[in-house]
Design a protein around this ligand. Structure first.
Ligand code: PGA
Length: 253
Protein backbone atom coordinates (compact mmCIF):
# COMPACT_ATOMS: atom_id res chain seq x y z
CA UNK A 1 0.00 0.00 0.00
CA UNK A 2 1.44 3.39 -0.95
CA UNK A 3 2.22 5.77 1.88
CA UNK A 4 0.87 8.88 0.18
CA UNK A 5 -2.90 8.70 0.21
CA UNK A 6 -4.86 9.89 -2.78
CA UNK A 7 -8.03 11.86 -2.22
CA UNK A 8 -10.26 12.64 -5.19
CA UNK A 9 -12.90 15.34 -4.76
CA UNK A 10 -15.70 14.67 -7.21
CA UNK A 11 -17.75 17.86 -7.28
CA UNK A 12 -20.26 16.37 -9.74
CA UNK A 13 -22.57 19.14 -11.02
CA UNK A 14 -21.60 21.58 -8.25
CA UNK A 15 -21.31 24.44 -7.39
CA UNK A 16 -23.54 26.76 -9.39
CA UNK A 17 -21.08 29.61 -9.94
CA UNK A 18 -17.41 30.23 -10.61
CA UNK A 19 -17.27 32.43 -7.50
CA UNK A 20 -18.33 29.54 -5.29
CA UNK A 21 -15.93 27.18 -7.06
CA UNK A 22 -13.06 29.60 -6.49
CA UNK A 23 -14.02 30.15 -2.86
CA UNK A 24 -13.90 26.40 -2.15
CA UNK A 25 -10.59 26.12 -4.01
CA UNK A 26 -8.93 29.00 -2.17
CA UNK A 27 -10.06 27.60 1.18
CA UNK A 28 -8.55 24.23 0.29
CA UNK A 29 -5.39 25.87 -1.05
CA UNK A 30 -4.90 27.77 2.20
CA UNK A 31 -4.98 24.52 4.15
CA UNK A 32 -2.77 22.74 1.64
CA UNK A 33 0.42 23.31 3.60
CA UNK A 34 -0.99 21.29 6.46
CA UNK A 35 -1.62 18.22 4.31
CA UNK A 36 1.01 15.63 4.84
CA UNK A 37 1.42 12.62 2.57
CA UNK A 38 -1.72 13.45 0.66
CA UNK A 39 -2.23 13.88 -3.04
CA UNK A 40 -5.46 15.74 -3.61
CA UNK A 41 -7.20 15.69 -6.98
CA UNK A 42 -10.08 18.12 -7.38
CA UNK A 43 -12.53 17.35 -10.17
CA UNK A 44 -14.85 20.29 -10.87
CA UNK A 45 -17.35 20.52 -13.74
CA UNK A 46 -15.79 21.29 -17.16
CA UNK A 47 -16.87 24.91 -17.11
CA UNK A 48 -14.70 25.72 -14.06
CA UNK A 49 -11.68 23.58 -14.92
CA UNK A 50 -9.44 26.31 -16.28
CA UNK A 51 -10.01 28.75 -13.47
CA UNK A 52 -9.49 26.12 -10.79
CA UNK A 53 -6.44 24.80 -12.61
CA UNK A 54 -4.87 28.27 -12.45
CA UNK A 55 -5.34 28.33 -8.66
CA UNK A 56 -3.44 25.05 -8.18
CA UNK A 57 -1.05 25.31 -11.12
CA UNK A 58 2.05 25.46 -8.91
CA UNK A 59 0.93 23.05 -6.23
CA UNK A 60 2.86 19.82 -5.78
CA UNK A 61 0.09 18.22 -3.72
CA UNK A 62 -3.14 19.45 -5.24
CA UNK A 63 -4.10 18.68 -8.83
CA UNK A 64 -7.13 19.26 -11.00
CA UNK A 65 -8.94 16.65 -13.03
CA UNK A 66 -11.99 16.30 -15.23
CA UNK A 67 -15.06 14.21 -14.46
CA UNK A 68 -15.45 12.79 -17.94
CA UNK A 69 -14.05 12.82 -21.48
CA UNK A 70 -15.23 12.13 -25.01
CA UNK A 71 -14.52 8.63 -26.26
CA UNK A 72 -14.28 8.77 -30.05
CA UNK A 73 -12.29 10.31 -32.88
CA UNK A 74 -12.77 13.42 -34.98
CA UNK A 75 -14.04 16.87 -34.14
CA UNK A 76 -17.68 16.96 -35.20
CA UNK A 77 -19.04 16.24 -31.74
CA UNK A 78 -21.07 19.10 -30.40
CA UNK A 79 -20.83 19.54 -26.66
CA UNK A 80 -17.90 17.19 -26.19
CA UNK A 81 -14.37 17.63 -24.81
CA UNK A 82 -11.54 15.25 -25.66
CA UNK A 83 -8.49 14.11 -23.71
CA UNK A 84 -6.00 16.19 -25.70
CA UNK A 85 -7.94 19.36 -24.87
CA UNK A 86 -7.87 18.44 -21.20
CA UNK A 87 -4.16 17.75 -21.33
CA UNK A 88 -3.44 21.02 -23.12
CA UNK A 89 -5.46 22.83 -20.45
CA UNK A 90 -3.13 21.53 -17.75
CA UNK A 91 -5.24 18.67 -16.40
CA UNK A 92 -3.47 15.57 -15.16
CA UNK A 93 -6.39 13.31 -14.24
CA UNK A 94 -9.74 12.24 -15.65
CA UNK A 95 -12.49 10.23 -13.97
CA UNK A 96 -13.71 7.45 -16.27
CA UNK A 97 -16.65 5.11 -15.81
CA UNK A 98 -18.32 6.77 -12.85
CA UNK A 99 -21.53 4.91 -12.04
CA UNK A 100 -23.58 8.02 -12.76
CA UNK A 101 -22.14 8.12 -16.29
CA UNK A 102 -22.67 4.38 -16.64
CA UNK A 103 -26.30 4.86 -15.56
CA UNK A 104 -26.65 7.63 -18.14
CA UNK A 105 -25.58 5.29 -20.96
CA UNK A 106 -21.82 4.66 -20.81
CA UNK A 107 -21.63 0.91 -21.44
CA UNK A 108 -18.47 -1.21 -21.08
CA UNK A 109 -17.42 -0.41 -24.65
CA UNK A 110 -17.68 3.35 -24.13
CA UNK A 111 -15.89 3.15 -20.77
CA UNK A 112 -13.08 1.21 -22.42
CA UNK A 113 -12.76 3.78 -25.23
CA UNK A 114 -12.70 6.63 -22.75
CA UNK A 115 -10.07 4.91 -20.67
CA UNK A 116 -7.91 4.29 -23.73
CA UNK A 117 -8.17 7.86 -24.93
CA UNK A 118 -7.19 9.18 -21.48
CA UNK A 119 -4.21 6.83 -21.15
CA UNK A 120 -3.11 7.31 -24.79
CA UNK A 121 -2.99 11.05 -24.28
CA UNK A 122 -0.68 10.63 -21.29
CA UNK A 123 -3.23 11.62 -18.66
CA UNK A 124 -3.94 9.59 -15.55
CA UNK A 125 -7.25 7.74 -15.43
CA UNK A 126 -9.33 7.40 -12.28
CA UNK A 127 -11.17 4.29 -13.41
CA UNK A 128 -14.40 3.73 -11.47
CA UNK A 129 -15.84 0.29 -10.93
CA UNK A 130 -18.39 -1.10 -8.51
CA UNK A 131 -21.31 -3.47 -8.25
CA UNK A 132 -24.93 -2.41 -8.20
CA UNK A 133 -25.93 -5.09 -5.71
CA UNK A 134 -24.38 -7.61 -3.36
CA UNK A 135 -25.61 -11.02 -2.38
CA UNK A 136 -24.37 -14.01 -0.43
CA UNK A 137 -23.46 -15.84 -3.65
CA UNK A 138 -20.91 -13.14 -4.48
CA UNK A 139 -22.63 -11.56 -7.48
CA UNK A 140 -20.58 -8.44 -6.65
CA UNK A 141 -17.30 -10.17 -7.45
CA UNK A 142 -18.43 -11.21 -10.92
CA UNK A 143 -19.65 -7.74 -11.75
CA UNK A 144 -16.45 -6.06 -10.60
CA UNK A 145 -14.28 -8.62 -12.39
CA UNK A 146 -16.25 -8.10 -15.60
CA UNK A 147 -15.83 -4.33 -15.42
CA UNK A 148 -12.08 -4.59 -14.88
CA UNK A 149 -11.52 -7.17 -17.58
CA UNK A 150 -13.60 -5.49 -20.23
CA UNK A 151 -11.70 -2.22 -19.80
CA UNK A 152 -8.19 -3.42 -19.07
CA UNK A 153 -7.54 -6.79 -20.70
CA UNK A 154 -5.92 -5.30 -23.80
CA UNK A 155 -4.32 -2.25 -22.24
CA UNK A 156 -0.51 -2.22 -22.63
CA UNK A 157 1.26 -2.95 -19.34
CA UNK A 158 3.40 0.17 -19.51
CA UNK A 159 0.33 2.31 -19.15
CA UNK A 160 -0.62 1.08 -15.72
CA UNK A 161 1.56 3.64 -13.98
CA UNK A 162 -1.14 6.08 -15.09
CA UNK A 163 -3.99 4.05 -13.67
CA UNK A 164 -5.91 4.58 -10.44
CA UNK A 165 -8.83 2.29 -9.64
CA UNK A 166 -11.73 3.81 -7.70
CA UNK A 167 -13.95 1.10 -6.27
CA UNK A 168 -17.38 2.59 -5.64
CA UNK A 169 -20.19 0.14 -4.89
CA UNK A 170 -23.23 1.79 -6.43
CA UNK A 171 -25.46 0.88 -3.47
CA UNK A 172 -23.19 2.90 -1.16
CA UNK A 173 -23.06 6.13 -3.17
CA UNK A 174 -25.10 9.13 -2.07
CA UNK A 175 -26.23 7.51 1.18
CA UNK A 176 -25.78 8.34 4.86
CA UNK A 177 -22.50 7.97 6.74
CA UNK A 178 -23.59 4.65 8.29
CA UNK A 179 -24.49 3.18 4.91
CA UNK A 180 -20.96 3.41 3.52
CA UNK A 181 -19.37 0.03 2.91
CA UNK A 182 -18.03 -1.65 6.03
CA UNK A 183 -14.22 -1.66 6.14
CA UNK A 184 -14.15 -5.48 6.50
CA UNK A 185 -16.20 -5.94 3.31
CA UNK A 186 -14.01 -3.38 1.60
CA UNK A 187 -10.85 -5.16 2.66
CA UNK A 188 -12.13 -8.36 1.08
CA UNK A 189 -13.05 -6.57 -2.14
CA UNK A 190 -9.71 -4.78 -2.46
CA UNK A 191 -7.90 -8.11 -2.18
CA UNK A 192 -10.16 -9.42 -4.92
CA UNK A 193 -9.50 -6.39 -7.15
CA UNK A 194 -5.75 -6.75 -6.68
CA UNK A 195 -6.04 -10.41 -7.65
CA UNK A 196 -7.93 -9.57 -10.85
CA UNK A 197 -5.40 -6.85 -11.71
CA UNK A 198 -2.59 -9.20 -10.93
CA UNK A 199 -3.98 -11.86 -13.30
CA UNK A 200 -3.95 -9.25 -16.06
CA UNK A 201 -0.75 -7.31 -15.41
CA UNK A 202 1.31 -9.56 -13.14
CA UNK A 203 1.67 -9.23 -9.39
CA UNK A 204 4.35 -6.55 -9.29
CA UNK A 205 2.61 -4.25 -11.75
CA UNK A 206 -0.76 -4.74 -10.09
CA UNK A 207 0.69 -3.84 -6.70
CA UNK A 208 1.54 -0.39 -8.06
CA UNK A 209 -2.06 0.47 -8.95
CA UNK A 210 -3.66 2.55 -6.20
CA UNK A 211 -7.13 1.44 -5.18
CA UNK A 212 -9.49 4.05 -3.77
CA UNK A 213 -12.87 3.67 -2.13
CA UNK A 214 -15.87 5.91 -2.83
CA UNK A 215 -19.43 5.95 -1.52
CA UNK A 216 -20.78 8.07 1.35
CA UNK A 217 -17.38 8.92 2.78
CA UNK A 218 -17.57 11.60 5.46
CA UNK A 219 -15.33 13.18 8.03
CA UNK A 220 -16.79 10.66 10.47
CA UNK A 221 -15.97 7.42 8.65
CA UNK A 222 -13.00 8.29 6.40
CA UNK A 223 -10.20 7.41 8.77
CA UNK A 224 -11.56 3.99 9.64
CA UNK A 225 -12.23 3.19 5.98
CA UNK A 226 -8.66 4.04 5.03
CA UNK A 227 -7.08 2.29 8.02
CA UNK A 228 -9.10 -0.90 7.94
CA UNK A 229 -10.31 -1.04 4.35
CA UNK A 230 -6.92 -1.74 2.72
CA UNK A 231 -7.25 1.23 0.35
CA UNK A 232 -4.80 3.84 -0.91
CA UNK A 233 -7.26 6.68 -0.71
CA UNK A 234 -10.80 7.90 -1.22
CA UNK A 235 -13.09 9.32 -3.87
CA UNK A 236 -15.43 11.74 -2.18
CA UNK A 237 -18.59 13.35 -3.52
CA UNK A 238 -20.82 15.45 -1.27
CA UNK A 239 -18.42 15.78 1.65
CA UNK A 240 -15.77 17.30 -0.63
CA UNK A 241 -17.99 20.36 -1.04
CA UNK A 242 -18.40 20.92 2.69
CA UNK A 243 -15.03 22.60 2.86
CA UNK A 244 -14.58 22.66 6.61
CA UNK A 245 -15.43 18.96 7.00
CA UNK A 246 -13.37 18.08 3.96
CA UNK A 247 -10.23 19.79 5.22
CA UNK A 248 -10.61 18.13 8.62
CA UNK A 249 -11.11 14.78 6.91
CA UNK A 250 -7.88 15.20 4.95
CA UNK A 251 -5.90 16.23 8.00
CA UNK A 252 -7.17 13.23 9.94
CA UNK A 253 -6.04 10.85 7.25
P1 PGA B 1 -20.75 10.46 -2.33
O1 PGA B 1 -20.40 10.31 -3.89
O2 PGA B 1 -19.45 10.62 -1.61
O3 PGA B 1 -21.59 11.71 -2.26
O4 PGA B 1 -21.50 9.24 -1.93
C1 PGA B 1 -19.33 9.53 -4.28
C2 PGA B 1 -19.29 9.45 -5.78
O5 PGA B 1 -20.33 9.32 -6.43
O6 PGA B 1 -18.23 9.50 -6.38
Amino acid sequence: MSKTKIIVANWKMNPESAEEAKKISFDIKESGNDFDKIKLIICPPFVFLNEIQTIFARSKKIFVGAQDVFAGQGVSHTGEVNAIMLKNSGMKYVIVGHSEKRAAGDDEMIVKKKLESVLDSGLHAIFCIGEKNRDEHGVQFNEVKGQIESALLKIPKKIISKLIVAYEPVWAIGKSENEAMKPEQLHEMTIFIKKVLSDIFGFENAEKVPILYGGSVTKGNAKEIVEKGNVDGLLIGRESLKTKNFIELIKEI
